[in-house]
Design a protein around this ligand. Structure first.
Ligand code: TYM
Length: 334
């Protein structure tokens, strides 16, 4: 089993990232057998599709590395690195640009959302973003890719590119990866709008819980989270049509490990005035140790750089055979 996944180092690690993806990364790392390997990386090459000051970008990469380690990624067991240090990603992306079709990329909902109405003004990087993502996955022959729901379409595209490349070139080079998407927490929603996903790019910080938020901030965000005036029902199905309420109950269940019906039963007949303080307490207690580990690590640039450098060397070595195979399949002399 080869596990691989990435995260853009823009802004903070938030509860959506954690419950949708990172918690699964840690679980897969911890359950790994001797024949398996996990690769986790900071998608800094992807992050250039969003403008950021140079100093901020450097800071973001280190902080996200610290956050992942604080959340449970162990750089001694998993290969942890930043994409820009492993040029094979950019190289394979270019090779795959010969295979990926414009029509496929035109269908990507993330591109449509991010480009908005002004498609002609969007960067080419934003458009080919999913091809770089395909390169990330295919380079390592990944079999399992733990992600949230919003990455599903990118992974389907990755499979399409792999199949077309293998078929067109008459090779059996790329492994087809399977997305691993958690059932209950595939899509954690904004605290301010039950129809929007929790996201780093939401201008309102009140819309998300960051793993770096302190206890008071978490409590205040939950207190101010949008809800409705109805009491909670005794089972989760009856929350249909109440997206904000479903989201909060889902988060409570995910954080405690209870199922959502049990959470509803516990608060049945009560309003959010009773539920919210309990949710805030659960979040504060579970996130505090992560935040404390993060605080202890985040300014240790020397240690973080050493971890990322070591990870990049391992990643580059693992990527090399696939990259060589891709050049050879295309008849390119090196
Ligand atoms: P990114 O940085 O947006 O998010 C990192 C991971 O967090 C998940 N996620 C969520 N899950 C549930 N609810 C949410 N509200 C939520 N928000 C984010 C994402 O699904 C993702 O798993 N393109 C990717 C990074 C990437 C990548 C890759 C992933 C680059 N190359 C190769 C896997 C394999 C991204 O921008 O994720």
């Amino acid at each position: 089993m080869r596990v691989l996944s990435g995260i853009q180092p823009t802004g903070n690690l938030h509860l959506g990232n954690y419950l949708g993806a990172i918690r699964n990364w840690v679980k897969m790392q911890d359950d790994m057998d001797a024949d398996s390997q996990c690769f986790f990386f900071l998608a800094d090459m992807h992050s250039i599709t969003v403008h950021e000051e140079r100093a901020q970008r450097l800071k973001n990469v280190r902080e996200m590395a610290a956050a992942l380690i604080a959340a449970g990624i162990d750089p001694d067991r998993s290969v942890l690195f930043n994409q820009a240090r492993v040029p094979a990603h950019a190289e394979l992306c270019w090779l795959l640009n010969g295979t990926a079709r414009i029509g496929w990329l035109n269908r990507m909902t993330q591109f449509k959302d991010k480009a908005g109405k002004n498609r002609e003004g969007a960067s080419v990087g934003l458009f080919v973003y999913p091809v770089l993502q395909a390169a990330d996955v295919l380079l390592y022959q990944a079999t399992h890719v733990p992600v949230g729901e919003d990455q599903k379409q990118h992974l389907e595209l990755t499979r399409d590119i792999a199949i077309k490349f293998n078929t067109d070139m008459g090779v059996d080079l790329f492994t087809l990866p399977d997305p691993i998407i958690p059932k209950e927490t595939a899509r954690i929603m904004s605290l301010r709008d039950g129809a929007a996903k929790m996201s780093k790019s939401d201008p309102s910080d009140m819309s998300r819980i960051n793993l770096t938020d302190d206890d008071d901030m978490i409590a205040s965000k939950i207190r101010k989270a949008k809800t409705d005036p109805e009491p909670l029902p005794d089972n989760f199905a009856d929350l249909a049509g109440r997206p904000e309420a479903s989201n909060l109950v889902g988060i409570f269940a995910a954080m405690t490990g209870d199922n959502a019906d049990a959470v509803c039963a516990r608060f049945a007949g009560q309003g959010f005035g009773a539920f919210k303080p309990a949710l805030a307490e659960v979040l504060v207690e579970t996130l505090r140790p992560i935040r404390q580990r993060f605080e202890a690590l985040k300014n240790d640039d020397v240690a973080l750089d050493a971890i990322l450098l070591k990870g990049a060397a391992k990643a580059a070595a693992a990527a090399e055979p696939t990259l060589r195979g891709a050049y050879a399949a295309l008849g390119l002399m090196r």
